[in-house]
Design a protein around this ligand. Structure first.
Ligand code: KIV
Length: 259
């Protein structure tokens, strides 16, 4: 079954939780899809975990389209969502339309995701949705604003929490079909989840969201660092290191290849 944004909305009503993971290439995407992950996000975190940048800011539209095409080849059932990179949508809704349109046409994505709330971003979301482009929002810690906020938890004061709640409401009213809530206090994510009729997908936002998202390299333990709220289900970094060291030793000793 090909999963659509409408399924996610139905699942919220049915209290069925949604598992989301990121992917940036064909191999990982095929594994996630076959494992039954409902939503695969071609997230701009790939700038950091796959391309080695310090932030998500340098990622270009061309780069994310290139990676999303590879992910698409591996995804048969999951809903594939692609991030709009920094400054490919913030200038104007026309710029956003152009960027999101390219993503849908060139990668066959099911939806796009963009960061931030109202008023300008909500207006942009409304324009995209009216043009037939499904949009996922993203509030709380928005890594494209890292130069203003750092990677710190957001929404800690009641005033800041109110602002994030009103941004989430504005995004729902603009037609977003789901919203990522990143690194905010659990109670704030709970209040947003209860207030919205569209699903919330949390990351570092506690247990009350309708779904959870993690960056796949954190799940697999591929990198040497992960945020505190992420969980390693595997230590791939050590496993790969051991495997390639064994290969190197066998090549040097002449044990591999065998005739
Ligand atoms: O880019 C990304 O991986 C994301 C998730 C952390 C939600 O936006």
């Amino acid at each position: 079954m090909l999963i659509t944004p409408q399924h996610l909305i139905q699942w919220k009503q049915q209290h069925k939780r949604i598992a989301v993971l990121t992917a940036w290439d064909y191999a990982i995407a095929s594994i996630l899809d076959r494992a039954g992950i409902e939503v695969i996000l071609v997230g701009d975190s790939m700038a950091m975990v796959a391309l080695g940048h310090e932030t998500t800011l340098p990622l270009t539209l061309e780069e994310i389209i290139h990676h999303a095409k590879a992910v698409r080849r591996g995804v048969k059932e999951a809903l594939m969502i692609v991030d709009l990179p920094f400054l490919t949508y913030q200038e104007s809704w026309q710029q956003a339309m152009h960027s999101a349109g390219r993503i849908l046409k060139e990668t066959n994505a099911g939806a796009v995701k963009l960061e931030g709330g109202y008023p300008a971003i909500a207006e942009t979301v409304s324009r995209l949705v009216q043009a037939g482009i499904p949009v996922m929002g993203h509030v709380g810690l928005t890594p494209q604003s890292v130069r203003q906020t750092g990677f710190r938890q957001q929404g800690k004061s009641s005033e800041a929490g109110e602002k994030i709640l009103s941004e989430a409401i504005a995004l729902e009213e603009a037609g977003a079909f789901a919203i990522v809530i990143e690194h905010v206090p659990t109670e704030l994510a709970k209040a947003i989840t209860e207030r919205l009729t569209i699903p919330t997908i949390g990351i570092g936002a506690g247990v009350h969201c309708d779904g959870q998202v993690l960056v796949t390299s954190d799940v697999l333990g591929l990198g040497t660092w992960k945020p505190k709220f992420a969980k390693n289900y595997l230590d791939l970094n050590s496993l790969i290191t051991k495997a390639v060291q064994a290969y190197g030793e066998e090549v040097r000793s002449g044990e591999f290849p065998v005739d």
